[in-house]
Design a binder for this molecule. Structure first.
Ligand code: ZN
Length: 563
């Protein structure tokens, strides 16, 4: 069966509700572990069916936002979802309080119980109204950003439309593009400050209602983290400052030499190569066929996986009218199918989809026999290890996708390094903000600029707003997903370890990676690292060896190929 033939039937909410209530009852009254287990198995069936229908609707709605049928069905799930979550939670609570916990832990592992504990810590009915306000504020931020109509180059452009000018060969164009972007944020400075101020205050209020001192700890629980805290993350950021910032400075220095500018400013950072960025080869069909060849050569299991994806047509890659923006990977349990959604636009980003999103898809394909639906995917920092590492494992096949393969690989690797200091800047800022929620908007901006100076000293601004500390308005995660950002950096340093191991011993590196993918979400971040023979980034000295190898790789790279 192909994706288009996967049949959608709207779930009957009352039936679903009653079935969950009955199963909850059954667990509460169970006289034996077998009865509890039977109820869990029945629950998984219901959860799979409901979840598959919800996912099918969300995919089809994003493929064509103008399809009225799926738009209506999406509204249906948006309404019943919150209604049902209470019943799902009660079911979990029954498991949590079951007197057969020992047997349950033996069969399902202890992670399930830690997950339920987090659920209980992060939610009480008393905060529903506050959560609604929080959602409203993040929507307000998205809308404000999407409202941008910037006059530039004789056109009226939304914010993403300016990105091509930020990479222009002409320095004046780059500078005026940066100023044009900033003028939008400066015009709305007060609104951005107010939205964020309200968000910080409402999140702090929620945290206090739930019994936390401030939002920081709650923010970690919301991300499902059970085995690391803000002190460990602070030590990790310090390692980035010590071992990555100097390397990032060196990369930027090479860049300024390459593009012939000796007083580098922030608006020069977008120009990687004087002769333009590497462009992908061929049509979408060519790209998919080359990806098929690549995954068959990479390993038996990736070959099987990619055949499964193509046979069942589990991709929607091309950008087209009415399609939602962005890209994602999701999973439909009923048909045991990952699904990849993207908007190809004939830039290097297309190939990132075929490596990064395919990495996510390969992981969930590998863990689809998970004993519980909760164990299909791990927490976010672990999820990104699968995707970011796949980007490195596929380096030897990049000639299938690019003429300028050296330029592609050099830019990819160095971007992955210079990303780290920026990533920890975003993270440290949020720790400062939520530990002192009473700070004024001006104090927040000053704090941002100070942190920026510490981690990205090569960002020299001429623009007034940026110099006062207003860069972060554009970083959506700061508004809508507090404390998420560090996850990308944690995954990146783990992916770097896989890259280094892959150069040393491909078989061993691949075996560890595949093992990690198969484990899915059955373990926590630190447990998964151990299983995959990865060094724990929170431990002092863990970054030293990898960064030294990467530095050598950069030093030895034949830079005459990078023009
Ligand atoms: Zn990802």
């Amino acid at each position: 069966m192909k994706f288009n033939e996967y049949q959608y039937v709207r779930p009957n909410v009352d039936e679903t509700k009653n079935a969950i209530i009955a199963l909850t009852e059954k667990i509460n009254k169970a006289a034996s572990f077998e009865e509890v287990d039977q109820a869990i198995q029945e629950f998984i069936q219901i959860d799979n069916e409901y979840g598959s229908m919800a996912t099918l609707v969300s995919i089809r709605n994003s493929i064509n936002t103008q399809d009225e049928f799926y738009e209506k069905e999406q509204e249906f799930f948006d309404t019943v979802g919150p209604e049902l979550s209470e019943y799902f939670q009660n079911f979990n609570l029954a498991i949590y309080n079951s007197k057969f916990r020992t047997e349950l832990v033996n069969k399902y592992g202890s992670k399930l119980f830690r997950e339920i504990e987090i659920e209980l810590k992060t939610f009480k009915p008393e905060i529903i109204e506050d959560l609604q306000l929080e959602n409203k504020l993040t929507t307000k931020y998205d809308k404000l950003k999407a409202s941008a109509q910037i006059e530039f180059d004789g056109k009226v452009l939304p914010l993403p439309g300016l990105s091509i000018y930020l990479q222009d060969k002409d320095r004046n164009v780059r500078k005026s593009a940066e100023d044009a972007v900033c003028s939008f944020y400066q015009e709305h400075e007060q609104e951005f400050d107010e939205i964020y101020d309200e968000l910080v205050k409402i999140r702090t209020k929620i945290a206090k209602k739930l019994g936390f001192e401030n939002f920081v700890e709650l923010g970690y629980y919301r991300m499902g983290r059970t085995d690391y805290d803000s002190t460990m993350v602070a030590a990790y950021r310090e390692q980035i400052r010590k071992h990555v910032v100097p390397l990032a400075e060196k990369i930027v220095k090479f860049q300024s030499e390459r593009i012939g500018i000796n007083d580098l400013k922030s608006y020069d950072l977008g120009l990687t190569y004087l002769n333009g960025n590497p462009m992908p080869l061929g049509t979408t069909e060519d790209k998919v066929n080359n990806a098929k060849k690549m995954y068959h050569e990479l390993s038996k299991e990736t070959g099987e996986f990619f055949d499964f994806m193509t046979e069942h047509e589990l991709f929607d890659l091309d950008s087209k009218k009415g399609k939602a923006g962005g890209g994602y990977c999701t999973y439909i349990p009923k048909w045991r199918s990952p699904f990849i959604f993207s908007n190809f636009n004939n830039t290097a980003g297309d190939i990132d989809v075929l490596t990064h999103e395919a990495g996510h898809a390969f992981q969930v394909y590998s863990s689809r026999d998970a004993i519980l639906p909760n164990y299909l995917w791990p927490t976010m920092e672990s999820c990104e290890i699968h995707s970011m590492s796949m980007e490195f494992f596929t380096y030897p096949w990049m000639h299938l996708f690019f003429n300028d393969v050296d330029k592609r690989i050099y830019a990819h690797l160095t971007d992955s390094i210079t990303f780290l200091p920026y990533g920890v800047t975003v993270d440290e800022f949020q720790h400062v903000v939520y530990s002192k929620p009473e700070m004024t908007p001006e104090e927040r901006k000053t704090a941002w600029r100070e942190i920026e100076r510490k981690y990205t000293p090569y960002k020299v601004y001429e623009n007034d707003l940026l110099e006062r500390g207003g860069w972060w308005y554009r970083q959506g995660h700061i508004f809508s997903s507090p404390f998420y950002y560090i996850d990308y950096t944690l995954a990146q340093v783990c992916a770097h370890q896989f890259f280094v191991k892959d150069m040393e011993n491909h078989e061993a590196a691949w075996a560890d990676y595949h093992h990690l993918c198969k484990l899915g979400g059955s373990k926590t971040f630190l447990e998964l690292l151990k299983e995959a023979n990865l060094e724990n980034p929170f431990e002092d000295g863990s970054l030293t060896k990898t960064m030294k190898t990467l530095e050598k790789w950069i030093d030895n790279f034949d830079k005459s190929k990078l023009n």
